[in-house]
Design a protein around this ligand. Structure first.
Ligand code: M6R
Length: 369
C-alpha cells in the first residue's frame, strides 16, 4: 500500500502534484472565476466580514501564517493567525462579523476543536479547511472547504500542507471575488498561476536528488537553522518543524530580518543554515535584504543552503549549496519552496536511522488538549 515507496511519507511527497490539482478541481469555472457554492456561508455574509482569524496547530498553523499574507493582500481584510492551543485562553475579541478559519488535516485535533467551539459561542462563523470527510471539526463548523489530498498516513504532514495552502488561497481569492476588492487583473492572473502550479511542484520533485545527497552529508550535525522573509518565513518554520519531528535535530526557523536582533549570535563555523529566498522580481527590496543576510552569515562561517528561483544569479556567490525552484508569484512560492525541505528532512531522518512514518513521541491526530 506504500505504492513501491519505502515510506508513506515518500509516497505522500510524490503525490503532491495530484493533491494540489485535485484540491483545485471543480472550483474554478471555464471563465476563470471561483465557484465555491459548497461553502454554506452566503456571499452577503462574506461581504460583512471585517476580520479573519485563523486557528490551527503545527503544520496547519504554518499554512495559516502564509494565508494571512494572501488574505490581507488580496482582500484588505485584517487577518490574525493564532495557535489554537493559545486562542481561547486569552479571551479573544470575536463577533458575528469575524470569520474564523480552522485548518486541520485530521479534523480531530482537540486544540483546534476547542478554539472553534469558543469562536462559535461568541457568534462568529467558522469555516473549516479539512482533509477528512465527516470528521468532527467540519461537522461542528458552519462551512467547510475540503482539501483533496487523500488519506495522509505519515505522521509528518506533507501533501495535506500543500493542499491547505491551496484551500487558503481559494478562500482568500473568493473573499476578494465576492467583495470586489482587488478583483482585477492581479487576482485573475493568480487563478491562472494556481492552475499551473501542480506542474511546477512536479518539476521540483524531479530535481530532488542533490537535496537528498546534501541531507546525507549533514546526518552528524546537531543543529540546522532556517531563515525566510515574507511568506518564506512560515516556510522556514515548516522546514524546521519537519526536521525536529523526523530527524530529532535542533532546528529553528527565523524571520531573516530578526537575525541581527539576536539569532546571528548562534552562527558558527560550518553551521548549516537554510535560506528561503524571495523572488527577485516583485518584492525586490526583500530579495536584496535576504542576499545581504546570506552574505552576513556566510562571513561568520555558516554553511549556506540557499533555496532560490531559477535565474536568480545574485545568490550564487554566497551559496554553498543551491537548490533551485521554479519562478512563481511571490505569494504562491511556498507551494514549491516547501517541497525540498520535506525531502531534506525525510532523507536526514533516514540517514540517522529514524522511523520516518512514525516518529517517536508523536501521534497522527492529537485528540487531547
Ligand atoms: O490534523 P491537524 O492538521 O489538525 O494536525 C495539526 C498538527 O498536529 C500537525 O500538523 C502536526 O504538526 C504534524 N505532525 C506536522 O507534520
Amino acid at each position: 500500500e506504500k505504492g513501491g515507496y519505502d515510506y508513506f511519507m515518500l509516497k505522500e511527497i510524490a503525490e503532491q502534484p495530484k493533491a494540489v490539482a485535485d484540491t483545485l478541481l471543480g472550483r474554478i469555472d471555464a471563465a476563470g472565476s471561483l465557484c465555491l457554492d459548497e461553502l454554506r456561508i452566503s456571499a452577503a455574509e462574506l461581504r460583512e466580514v471585517d476580520k479573519v482569524v485563523i486557528v490551527a496547530c503545527g503544520t496547519a498553523f504554518h499554512a495559516g501564517l502564509i494565508a494571512k499574507y494572501a488574505i490581507e493582500h488580496w482582500t484588505r481584510i485584517p487577518c490574525e493567525v493564532e495557535l489554537a492551543s493559545e486562542f481561547r485562553y486569552r479571551d479573544p475579541i470575536l463577533d458575528p462579523r469575524t470569520l474564523v478559519v480552522a485548518i486541520s488535516q485530521s479534523g480531530e485535533t482537540m486544540d483546534t476543536l476547542m478554539a472553534l467551539r469558543h469562536a462559535r459561542e461568541q457568534g462568529s462563523k467558522v469555516l473549516a479547511i479539512c482533509n477528512t470527510n465527516g470528521s468532527t471539526i467540519p461537522r461542528e463548523s458552519d462551512a467547510v472547504l475540503y482539501t483533496h489530498a487523500g488519506p495522509e498516513v505519515a505522521v509528518a504532514s506533507t501533501k495535506a500542507f500543500l493542499t491547505q495552502l491551496v484551500a487558503c488561497y481559494l478562500v482568500a481569492l473568493y473573499l476578494g471575488q465576492v467583495r470586489g476588492t482587488k478583483w482585477g487583473d492581479e487576482v485573475g492572473a493568480v487563478i491562472r498561476d494556481l492552475s499551473k502550479i501542480s506542474h511546477e511542484v512536479e518539476r521540483v520533485l524531479r530535481t530532488m536528488e542533490p537535496v537528498r545527497e546534501l541531507a546525507r552529508t549533514l546526518a552528524g550535525k546537531n543543529t540546522v537553522l532556517f531563515l525566510g522573509r515574507h511568506v518564506g518565513y512560515p516556510v522556514a518554520l515548516e522546514g524546521a518543524l519537519k526536521l525536529k519531528e523526523l530527524a530529532y535535530m535542533h532546528a529553528e526557523g527565523f524571520a531573516a530580518g530578526e537575525l541581527k536582533h539576536g539569532p546571528i549570535a548562534l552562527i558558527e563555523e560550518d553551521l548549516p543554515v537554510v535560506v528561503v529566498v524571495p523572488s527577485p522580481r516583485g518584492r525586490s527590496v526583500l530579495h536584496d535584504k535576504i542576499v545581504s543576510n546570506i552574505q552576513e552569515i556566510r562571513a561568520r562561517g555558516a554553511r549556506t543552503i540557499v533555496i532560490a528561483e531559477e535565474g536568480d544569479e545574485a545568490v550564487v556567490p554566497y551559496a554553498d549549496h543551491l537548490i533551485r525552484i521554479p519562478v512563481t508569484p511571490t505569494l504562491l512560492q511556498p507551494l514549491v519552496a516547501t517541497v525540498p525541505l520535506q525531502v531534506f528532512a525525510c532523507e536526514l531522518a533516514t540517514a540517522r536511522g529514524n522511523e520516518v512514518d512514525q516518529p517517536r513521541n508523536l501521534a497522527k491526530s492529537v485528540t487531547v488538549e
